[in-house]
Ligand binder design. Structure first.
Ligand SMILES: [Zn+2]
Length: 356
């Protein structure tokens, strides 16, 4: 509001000065990028031989191969846009240190590094996509802005979205080497974990025909939106695309190390004739969104596969079907935030014989 009044008073003095001031006040960085040539570095994660260099290896998928395939397809997609130079940190199956990848990005004057990865978890229980960004100021903001855009694109492909996260190492720096190395050299960087190679939910998507190409189009579209690119070749035009900037953190943004503060359940109804138990669960985490839940009807000995939790709600109800022949089932539920930290409810005994 104050700005407007200042501009009005200046208008009466000098038109040229108004133009100068308007330019200063309306200089939204996302707008200025479109016409300026940009350099994008795509970093296919892993490469070469030896355990760590292979990345995740599950269900016939090899992470180091998928990352190179996707990076190559992404380069071709991005090159359809005007004013963009696209470079890869590796184009063959070779070992490359995280530092040399970051140094390469610095040497070529990269505007952004997109490190391409696929995921896996120790217990093979998680699924979905996630983006890791730096915890520091501008780098956090850029990575989070981009992460939100690409998450919207991945969501359209049916991938569950875990969100954008940060992780700090023991020395107070960004935990992940590629992000740390890039930020130390003044280059924004995100790690893009597209999907889990060790979970059926994601694997079934990865096995659909042309899925890597679909990911490449999603990634390219997100980058084009982020940088307000347009393509003379295809007619795609994101010069008018706008987004709300993530708030820059004041200090370091530490990762969430604890499970949701609340996780409680109530049995709302039971029907022995159909084997159904209707459960209401309330869970909340003030630090990070709750994204999965699971339930047990044998007192916590076994749990169902992780279900999607509607992160816009603290309370949700769902049906548990117990097998015929179950007597006095004991229901326990778990909730997980997007840092995969879990909380468990107090067990609730349901009295009755479920025979149907
Ligand atoms: Zn990886």
């Amino acid at each position: 509001m104050k700005t407007g009044r200042r501009i009005l008073s200046v208008l009466m003095v000098s038109v040229s000065m108004l133009v100068m001031i308007l330019t200063a006040f309306t200089a939204v960085p996302v707008k200025a990028k479109a016409a300026t040539p940009i350099t994008i570095v795509i970093d296919p994660g892993h490469g070469g031989v030896g355990d760590r260099n292979l990345g995740a290896q599950y269900n016939g998928f090899s992470e180091k191969e998928l990352t190179l395939q996707l990076a190559t397809a992404l380069k071709a997609e991005l090159e359809k846009y005007d004013n963009v130079t696209v470079l890869l940190t590796r184009t063959t199956d070779t070992i490359l240190s995280l530092d040399s990848r970051a140094q390469y990005a610095k040497n070529v004057g990269a505007d952004f590094v997109f490190s391409i990865h696929f995921n896996a978890s120790n217990e093979h229980e998680f699924y979905g996509s996630e983006v890791w960004t730096s915890t520091f100021g501008n780098y956090y903001q850029k990575g989070t802005d981009f992460g939100r855009i690409v998450s919207g694109e991945w969501n359209k492909l049916g991938l569950y979205q875990k969100g954008v996260k940060t992780k700090i190492g023991s020395k107070g720096q960004d935990y992940y080497g590629i992000i740390r190395g890039c930020v130390e050299r003044g280059v924004p960087c995100v790690i893009m974990e597209h999907a889990y190679l060790d979970h059926d939910y994601d694997v079934s998507l990865l096995r659909t025909s042309g899925f890597i190409n679909k990911l490449a189009v999603s990634d390219a579209t997100a980058i084009a939106k982020y940088f307000n690119l347009k393509s003379t070749a295809t007619g795609a035009d994101y010069t008018g695309f706008t987004y709300t900037h993530a708030k820059k953190p004041y200090g370091r943004l530490y990762q969430d190390e604890t499970g949701p503060e609340t996780c409680s359940i109530k049995v709302l109804a039971q029907d022995a004739a159909s084997g159904n138990i209707l459960v209401e669960m309330t869970t909340h985490d003030s630090q990070s969104p709750v994204i999965y839940f699971s339930y047990s009807y044998d007192g916590g000995r076994t749990f169902c596969t992780l279900q999607m939790w509607d992160r816009t709600k603290d309370t949700q109800s769902f049906n548990i079907k117990v097998p015929s022949g179950t007597n006095n089932p004991v229901v326990v539920c778990r909730s997980y935030n997007n840092y995969e930290k879990m909380s468990e409810s107090t067990p609730v005994q349901v009295t009755g014989s479920f025979n149907y």
